[in-house]
Design a protein around this ligand. Structure first.
Ligand code: ADP
Length: 726
């Protein structure tokens, strides 16, 4: 029809005529070239656009006349360009809201568009003439933001939401490339993102992406955007529909969850439904030193202890296959120090409404300390079980008198079976023979007071009635309400047997020695008498010293015999009235004669007769005096003090000698016990004296006590009842 640029010079006059005609046309007329750039517009067009020609000439039509842009017009332009046939379109101006009728005619290098405002009420066309008859309003409910773009990204139509968001008028957006509108973003990255998406959509692909837009100062929106290409009947891309869902809230919630996940002390991770890891929290990165990229998929297994990998991999695969809960213990390497720590890894699938797994959510909790504690417990249990199963010590647990558990050694020693144990047939009190009850009771009291009992010797009656000598030590566990105890029992029979053999030997040896000694004693006495008779007096001193030595040996052998008898409970006592003052006088005289080095001082009198064995009681005081002299080598005197009360008589033997350490005050009364201090050891003795003394005093119903301090001396006190108990 008309093309000013390609008009012939011969037609110049008629062109000018035509131009002025066009200027007077009431309809707005635009002439555009092939690139849809406005090359001409008449006066009515200027009025319609409300702008001077200079403002829009040379601009693309969509930008130059945004008030007129609509998807219908865009489609009609495209169609006319392709078919090169005139066409018409009617639509509502998005700006003025009036109905427009447009006639489009192809020219040589473009086309003309003639706009006619339709005043008559015409049937309203659909704004977006999509083949599916889908309107923007229809989509409004689905997508908060929706627009129609040319394949190049020029906005043909857009709904209200973006305009309100950006506070722009429709005409400021329509006809402009979407990437450059104020609504989208001024950020080059976002613009580039949209540009690339439009390019891909224009090549026929539906593109989906997330973007952050900045519609205006202080407003950021996170959009889930889809750009769908629409094709015409010839399968050309006719236009693009861009739809955006506001996911700002979701993103914020996600960010909050991420912040929360980052804050929790566990390592947190998520995986795809197929089980490949895709997200890790900050703790994970801090602990392993791995970035998300390094850890993704199976990358995280690099931090897993090599020994744990096959096990963990198969457990994880099993969980993914079955969709069950995943839980396993594993070791993860700590990046900073390269050491592995134990973690408890747990994961649960998150499913949608249909039960489909969307992802897995997993945590790894540091259980290193728990593991170490468990390991320590295991080791201690192992040690305890070694101890329990030791074949040397019998171990038992008791509640009150009842044995509730015991090791095999205990059962073997006592002859009971495990069934007896389970059925509650083992009772330590019933196993204790009567003669050990007192000692056991004493140990029990000690246990209650100080939580443990000093090991002591006793015997148990075994299941078959035989006696088992043992050493027992017991520790109190708790009172609940009975006393719970754990006891250790050593078989003492070998030692007892050895002791018995030693006692037998001592008894035998002392008997064997006594007979020749008696003979020797008689012979020397006889010899003494004969020498006296024949007057060979120069031999007497030698014989006397012989007799002294024989007496010493005899005393030793007597003591040995006494010890054996005490052991066997066969020491015999006479029962007679004993004048204690006379007895003591006699003893002191004899001792003074044989020990001229010390003066024996006697204070007080007993003035009492006792019922007892005179010789044995004599033995008591002889022994105490001889010790007092022996263990006070540099002292000059030993003292004996006698006193009496209504019921008892007290005899004290005091020296100013070496003294005895406090902790040994009890031990010195034990059989064969001697203080090991070098000064004491240098003094001859066999450790039998005090044992015999204690036994005799006990037999007479009396008590024997010692008070002593090292370097100062000792006082032994014998208290004897005036009347014996029976
Ligand atoms: P021993 O034959 O060794 O004297 P005892 O049974 O009489 O045996 O005494 C046991 C131990 O007690 C002695 O070895 C000695 O170490 C110590 N002891 C006894 N009496 C005294 C004392 N008066 N002073 C210092 N130590 C004494």
């Amino acid at each position: 029809m008309f093309n000013p640029q390609s008009s012939e010079s011969s037609m110049l006059t008629s062109r000018e005529t035509l131009l002025s005609t066009l200027e007077t046309l009431p309809d707005a007329l635009f002439v555009v070239d092939d690139a849809t750039t406005i090359v001409y517009a008449n006066a009515s067009a200027q009025t319609m656009l409300g702008a001077s020609r200079e403002q829009f000439l040379g601009n693309p039509f969509w930008r130059g006349a945004p008030q007129l842009v609509s998807p219908s017009l865009y489609q009609a332009v495209q169609k006319t360009r392709q078919t090169r046939a005139p066409s018409e379109v009617e639509y509502v101006s998005p700006v003025t809201g009036t109905w427009l009728h447009v006639q489009l005619s192809p020219t040589l290098g473009g086309l003309t568009l003639q706009f006619h405002e339709v005043r008559a009420l015409a049937r309203r066309q659909e704004i977006v003439p999509l083949s599916e008859h889908l309107s923007i309003e229809d989509l409004d409910g689905l997508f908060s933001r929706i627009g129609v773009l040319t394949p190049k990204g020029i906005v043909l139509e857009i709904n209200e939401v973006p305009l309100a968001e950006a506070r722009v008028r429709r005409e400021e957006v329509i006809g402009h490339p979407l990437t450059e509108t104020r609504w989208w973003s001024f950020s080059p990255t976002s613009q580039e993102q949209l540009r690339a998406a439009i390019a891909r959509a224009s090549s026929g692909e539906t593109v989906r992406f997330e973007a952050v837009i900045h519609p205006r100062e202080g407003l950021d929106r996170h959009l889930d955007v889809a750009i769908t290409p629409r094709k015409d009947a010839d399968h050309h891309i006719a236009y693009l529909v861009i739809a955006g869902i506001d996911i700002t809230e979701r993103k914020r919630a996600e960010a909050e969850i991420h912040a929360l996940i980052d804050a929790i002390p566990q390592l947190v991770w998520t995986t795809q439904p197929d089980g490949s890891h895709d997200l890790f929290n900050q703790r994970w990165h801090d602990y392993t030193g791995q970035s998300t990229a390094e850890a993704q998929g199976e990358g995280w297994m690099q931090c897993l202890h090599p020994e744990d990998r096959p096990r963990v991999r198969s457990a994880w695969q099993r969980a993914v296959q079955t969709g069950g809960v995943y839980e396993t213990e594993l070791r993860l390497r700590q990046n900073t120090i390269g050491e592995y720590r134990w973690f408890l890894a747990r994961a649960m699938p998150i499913r949608d409404d249909t039960g489909q797994i969307l992802k897995w959510f997993g945590t790894s909790t540091d259980i290193e300390e728990k593991k170490q504690a468990e390991e320590a417990l295991r080791a201690s249990q192992e040690r305890a079980s070694v101890l329990m199963n030791s074949s040397i010590i019998g171990i038992f647990f008791a509640e009150g008198e009842q044995i509730v558990d015991a090791n095999d050694t205990y059962l073997r020693m006592t002859g009971y079976t495990r069934e007896d144990l389970c059925e509650g047939h083992i009772n330590w009190l019933r196993m204790t023979p009567p003669e050990y009850l007192a000692r056991t009771q004493q140990a029990r009291q000690e246990l209650v007071i100080q939580q443990f009992g000093t090991p002591y010797e006793k015997e148990y009656a075994c299941k078959d009635g035989s006696r088992l000598p043992v050493v027992v030590g017991v520790v109190a566990l708790r009172r609940d309400p009975q006393l719970h105890t754990i006891g250790f029992m050593l078989d003492n029979s070998a030692r007892k047997e050895l002791e018995q053999r030693k006692d037998d030997f001592i008894s035998m040896a002392s008997h064997e020695l006594r007979n020749p000694l008696t003979a020797l004693k008689l012979q020397t006495a006889l010899l003494h008498r004969q020498l006296d008779k024949h007057g060979t007096l120069d031999q007497v001193p030698a014989l006397s010293s012989m007799q002294t030595q024989i007496n010493k040996i005899t005393r030793l052998v007597e003591d040995l015999l006494d010890v054996s008898k005490i052991q066997a409970g066969r020491l015999e006592y006479r029962q007679e009235s004993v004048d204690l003052d006379a007895l003591l006088r006699e003893i002191v005289d004899t001792m003074q004669q044989t020990n001229p080095s010390h003066t024996i001082l006697v204070h007080g009198t007993a003035e009492v007769s006792l019922l007892g064995d005179r010789d044995r009681l004599g033995q008591v005081f002889t022994n105490l005096l001889s010790n007092a002299i022996k263990y006070a080598p540099s002292a000059e005197a030993v003292e004996m003090e006698l006193s009496a009360s209504k019921d008892a008589v007290v005899v004290q033997v005091q020296d100013h000698g070496l003294g005895i350490p406090r902790e040994l005050h009890d031990k010195i009364f034990d059989r064969f016990y001697r203080v090991t201090d070098p000064k004491q050891k240098a003094i001859p003795g066999l450790g039998m004296g005090l044992y015999i003394v204690a036994e005799i005093v006990r037999h007479h119903g009396g008590t024997l006590m010692v008070e002593s301090e090292v370097g100062k001396g000792s006082t032994f006190q014998v208290t004897l009842p005036k009347k014996r108990d029976g």
